[in-house]
Design a protein around this ligand. Structure first.
Ligand SMILES: [Zn+2]
Length: 474
């Protein structure tokens, strides 16, 4: 079997990233193509089309060089999807490479001189929204295929799918899978470059993803605001009722989700891997977050923190409505309080069932007969990786050593990639490589998101090696 020449792979990867990928991602960051959940006008605004055009214009010559085809798929009323079909060296065995081009909203708190749509390259870091999550995925995937071509190494047929509804829980993807199923075929390997890494020192393989239920909870108590001196003590506060309702989901003292159905059994091997990961990461398990002085993490036990983040449910209140800023707040008993809730779920909990359970708990028997509604978005079920095949484990271990000089590490991720659950259910025989560049402080979804460029390059090398090993596997 032909071996990859590491020096040549490194040179190729470094150059294409330096000369093409970083400059193109810089342009990509300027485009405010927020995911449909955060930008209902996405169609008329045209930002999404602009992002698609930018990616396609970069990809076109590469696709030609690879003898591949590229199409932009557009189902009516759905976000577009880029489909690239790269013929294999032989047979119809297929690898599916997945990424997304839609973005999270701006968020506040960007440092001076930085902003979501303002690309800044500072040392190894390219700041701005969407470079790391997940604009680089198509570039990394095609660069890996080109790196193999550069060394005249064979690979299986590769289908690159770049969707544009991921940050809204991928509501459009099932329709595309239905429409494109025959063209995509049945992959024996899925590569997803939309995940995280525990540090930038080794390959991190994502072994599980949490699911999610997101929804808006609203409590109405009055048809208009009234003098709080007049009404308090008579009319129950919508904020207190909201707290009561949230207390049906979580223990306010510990943050523990108290709804039994939202917990799953944690497989013993995942507990063992969490122990290894906690040891490798040390205090970084929590110290990677920008906690204020004096702030402590939720638990002193690092292993429990890793498990909390990857295998347990957790509630975040990610948005609030119905109250003025404190500086402009009069003494008013406000008519309503609304909150956007984000409930992360263990990898093995059915998100549809969970959403129904949460909705029932929040809306049953509203205190004082308040008007309570909970509207949830498409729930996303989590994912637990199938057992890694020996050829793949060896290839990944090799790739980590070649790219970083360190053994790889395995860990669940706290975030969600809805497509993985979809694919896992559809192709139970497929192997998965889920990894990414979202490491310490890279802060996807928050302010000061950055793409750690060296990690992007190393991940590209990993994909090239995995594709080569996949072709050679017996
Ligand atoms: Zn993402």
């Amino acid at each position: 079997m032909a071996e990859i020449v590491q020096a040549q792979l490194r040179k190729f990867t470094d150059e294409i990233w330096r000369d093409e990928i970083v400059p193109t991602l810089t342009e990509y960051i300027r485009i405010p193509n927020k995911s449909p959940s955060f930008e209902p006008q996405w169609q008329s605004l045209g930002h999404m089309d602009k992002a698609v055009e930018l990616l396609v214009s970069w990809a076109k010559p590469k696709v030609a060089a690879l003898g591949a085809t590229l199409s932009v798929e557009r189902l009516p009323g759905r976000t577009p999807l880029i489909l690239i079909d790269v013929p294999g060296s032989k047979g119809s065995d297929t690898v599916l490479l997945y990424g997304h081009l839609d973005k999270q909203p701006e968020m506040t708190g960007w440092a001076e001189g930085k902003g979501p749509w303002l690309p800044v390259l500072e040392g190894d870091k390219l700041y701005g929204r969407g470079g790391a999550d997940d604009g680089y995925a198509m570039f990394g995937s095609l660069a890996a295929l080109l790196a193999l071509k550069d060394q005249k190494l064979p690979h299986a047929r590769a289908v690159v799918v770049i969707e544009a509804s991921e940050e809204s829980s991928s509501p459009d993807l099932p329709f595309y899978m239905e429409a494109l199923g025959d063209r995509i075929g049945s992959p024996s390997l899925v590569v997803c470059l939309d995940s995280g890494c525990g540090d930038y020192e080794r390959l991190w393989l994502t072994t599980s993803l949490r699911g999610m239920v997101g929804g808006a909870l609203r409590v109405d108590v009055l048809s208009e605001g009234v003098h709080s001196g007049d009404a308090s003590g008579v009319v129950p506060s919508s904020f207190r009722i909201l707290r009561q309702l949230l207390a049906r989901l979580e223990d306010v003292e510990t943050g523990e989700v108290i709804v039994k159905e939202l917990h799953g059994d944690i497989p013993p091997e995942r507990i063992a891997q969490a122990k290894v990961a906690a040891k490798a990461l040390g205090d970084q398990v929590y110290a990677k977050f920008p906690m204020v002085k004096g702030m402590r993490p939720l638990n002193d036990d690092l292993v429990q923190l890793v498990l909390n983040r990857t295998w347990r449910p957790a509630l975040s209140v990610v948005g609030l409505e119905g109250a003025p800023p404190p500086s402009n707040a009069g003494n008013v008993l406000r008519p309503f309080t609304a909150a956007k809730l984000s409930m992360r779920l263990p990898p093995n909990v059915n998100a549809q069932e969970a959403a129904k359970r949460i909705a029932k708990l929040l809306t049953d028997n509203p205190p004082y007969g308040a008007n309570v509604s909970f509207h949830y978005e498409e729930p996303g079920t989590g994912w637990n990786a199938p057992k890694t095949a020996p050829w793949l484990e060896a290839a990944l271990e090799d790739a980590s050593h070649a790219a970083w000089g360190q053994p790889m590490a395995m860990m669940g991720e706290g975030g969600s990639i809805p497509f993985m659950a979809m694919l896992g259910a559809k192709f139970p025989e497929a192997q998965f490589v889920v990894t990414g560049v979202l490491g310490p402080n890279s802060n996807a979804h928050g302010p000061n998101e950055f793409l750690h460029v060296p990690t992007g390059k190393r991940v590209t090398e990993v994909v090239a090696r995995v594709l080569a090993a996949h072709f050679e596997r017996t």
